[in-house]
Design a protein around this ligand. Structure first.
Ligand SMILES: *Cc1c(COP(=O)(O)O)cnc(C)c1O
Length: 358
């Protein structure tokens, strides 16, 4: 018997979330972001769930090749471009569209005699200060790219640092102002909006949007996923593999972090940090057992975690446990553990069984 922990991907939820993105950004084409194994949902599921997207966007070249092998024929954007010049062979062979964000990548392109023109995305740094050319160089770089025989269409992109926070500096309006100034008069398609910008600043949408987490039913901040009309695409479930009775003063698990004040029943769940559940989740983190909410107790260990069964007298070994999914947003678990839903989705480890619902 395999361990009872299963991560189930809901393709219908992914399709519904893609429709939601279309509804909030009418007229924009959608790059569905499928980096990091489709945010932990499985690349092939990303392909199926986002079959209606206009393009897929990611970072990993092996995964881009796999998307082509699986039959995806529409555009693929490589959001960090080439890591070395040999990546250009894959770009040509599989018609990938690299983001160009450094002088080194410009040189690779210039030195490359491409058999076909490569469509590229010029990345402009408008305040995130991770990737991209300074805004004041955008025009020169655009001209240099456009003059290269190996380059086809030149599109333009930037990325927001604070689309989920109205008061942070630089705010989206400031970054957008710098971006518009940088690309003024340059022909080409434009994409700027990640999930928080798509949902919280719909007026900024351009030719394309680049949503990721919202398509998986996670909140990008600024409100719950449900409040944005999104459906969770992942359910992490397992079962109770043991039940214990604690007497007053008994503790459970490493470090004896939780100690019972009264006699109580607790359940042991087949799910630990080696499955990707966050070890930092403290006592009180919500867990659903047999459809009812209860709480995590004590320290999460490698293969197990402990839950309070005090108010769930009918539950025993084999009872269904949901760690996150429909009715328990991954964002709520993440918040309790001091992180974001993005991290939890991506962290599911290979030993967890996978299932898919259509
Ligand atoms: C990951 C990523 C996105 C998607 O971000 P979400 O917040 O998940 O919507 C968009 N653009 C770029 C460049 C990214 O790296």
């Amino acid at each position: 018997m395999p361990r009872p922990i299963v991560a189930t991907t809901d393709l219908a939820a992914m399709r519904a979330n893609l429709s939601r993105a279309r509804a909030v950004a009418p007229g924009s084409k959608i790059w569905a972001v499928v980096k990091a194994d489709a945010y932990g949902h499985g690349l092939q599921n990303g392909l199926k769930g986002f079959a209606d997207a206009d393009g897929l966007s990611l970072i990993e070249f092996d995964c881009a090749v796999r998307l082509r092998d699986l039959g995806w024929t529409r555009p693929i954007m490589m959001m960090q471009g080439m890591f070395e010049s040999s990546d250009l062979k894959l770009i040509v062979e599989h018609r990938l569209q690299p983001v160009i964000h450094t002088a080194e990548q410009l040189e690779m392109l210039e030195a490359f005699a491409s058999p076909i023109p490569v469509d590229v995305h010029l990345k402009i740094n408008t305040g995130m200060n991770r990737l991209g050319f300074p805004a004041e160089q955008a025009r020169d770089v655009w001209q240099r790219l456009s003059a290269m025989p190996s380059v086809g269409k030149v599109s333009m992109i930037t990325h927001f640092a604070n689309a989920d926070q109205a008061t942070a500096d630089p705010d989206v309006e400031e970054q957008m102002r710098r971006f518009r100034l940088a690309i003024e008069g340059l022909p080409g398609e434009v994409s700027v909006s990640n999930s928080p910008a798509t949902l919280l600043h719909p007026e900024l949408r351009c030719d394309w949007i680049r949503p990721g987490v919202m398509l998986y039913g996670g909140s990008p901040g600024g409100g719950s996923a449900e409040s944005f009309g999104l459906k969770p695409a992942m359910r992490l479930s397992s079962r109770l593999i043991a039940v214990q009775s604690l007497r007053p003063g008994d503790s459970v698990g490493y470090g004896s972090l939780f100690r019972a004040e009264h006699g109580m029943r607790i359940g042991i769940v087949a799910c630990g940090y080696a499955d990707g559940y966050p070890r930092h989740a403290p006592t009180g983190t919500p867990v659903v057992v047999n459809g009812r909410r209860t709480r995590l107790l004590g320290r999460v260990s490698m293969d197990m975690l402990n839950v309070d069964l005090t108010d769930l007298p009918d539950t025993g070994v084999g009872a269904e446990v949901m760690l996150w999914g429909d009715g328990l947003p991954v964002d709520e678990v993440a918040q309790a553990a001091g992180t974001i839903g993005y991290e939890l989705m991506c962290a599911i480890t290979p030993r967890v069984q996978r299932a898919t619902t259509a």
